[in-house]
Design a protein around this ligand. Structure first.
Ligand code: ZN
Length: 253
């Protein structure tokens, strides 16, 4: 088996055994996305960025996983002085293995969330880096539309815009915009069975486990998807696109 890439997880929430299982199952590259739940101060993000790009990158290396980072302000923790994080993003983007912005996005579509998202889209556009955008479990159509409207206002190139946690409900919106669909494999998003049953629609996406400790997830979700699609006889071109090639191209890794 050739190696696999997981495009979205949260390494600071991961038990060592999770990373180990990923490595044993063939994941050789992974992107950890920034998240500081309930953050009050911009310093919390600066420490988090240092942690994921430093300590955890080295730790993953010991297991044979090249750990890349996406940085940014997550909607689950918007500090009162969030503009300081925005201003610092270009500096952090210069660090080794930082491949773009993420995880950004909105949960409710409040004015604050819109402002933070717009500012981060502007950074992604100006720095010419990909941005991983979260779509929540609720109000998905409205939040997706709002997200794409802000992206259009900012004139961010569509190939830099990754819409994550997609499902069939928002896939047309995402495709029409020309954004990159990312697919989270887990019970509350897309199961391996649903991925296979709708492989025609999902084939241009890229897979991730979005591992966190907020609800049930599986660090080996991408591996399980790879194995399931193989067992069903899906073409290697499609499987390789979903589990490696697309991600390497989008993030230039
Ligand atoms: Zn996430």
């Amino acid at each position: 088996m050739s190696y696999l890439v997981d495009t979205h997880l949260h390494v600071t929430m991961m038990p060592y055994e999770g990373l180990q299982a990923m490595s044993e199952g063939g994941i050789q590259k992974a992107i950890t996305c920034a998240i500081v739940i309930g953050a009050q101060h911009s310093e919390s993000y600066f420490d988090h960025f240092r942690l994921i790009t430093g300590f955890y990158k080295k730790n993953a290396e010991g297991l044979g996983i090249k750990l890349y980072s996406a940085i940014g302000v997550h909607p689950a923790g918007i500090p009162h002085d969030w503009t300081r994080v925005i201003d610092a993003l270009p500096e952090y983007l210069k660090l080794e293995n930082v491949v773009g912005l993420g995880e950004v996005g909105m949960n409710q579509g409040s004015q604050l969330e819109k402002d933070v998202l717009k500012a981060q889209f502007e950074v992604a556009r100006d720095q010419n880096v990909p941005v991983i955008v979260h779509i929540p479990f609720q109000n998905r159509l409205q939040i997706t539309e709002l997200t794409l409207n802000i992206a259009a206002q900012v004139s961010i190139p569509a190939n830099l815009l990754i819409i994550d946690h997609i499902n069939l409900d928002i896939l047309n919106q995402v495709n029409q915009f020309g954004a990159v669909p990312a697919i989270t494999i887990r019970s509350r998003n897309v199961t391996v069975e649903a991925l296979y049953e709708n492989i025609e629609q999902f084939q241009h996406g890229m897979l991730n486990c979005d591992f966190s400790n907020l609800f049930p997830n599986d660090p080996t979700a991408v591996i399980k998807a790879y194995q399931y699609l193989k067992s069903k006889g899906v073409s290697d071109t499609i499987i390789d696109n979903l589990t490696r090639n697309k991600a390497e191209k989008v993030f230039n890794i």
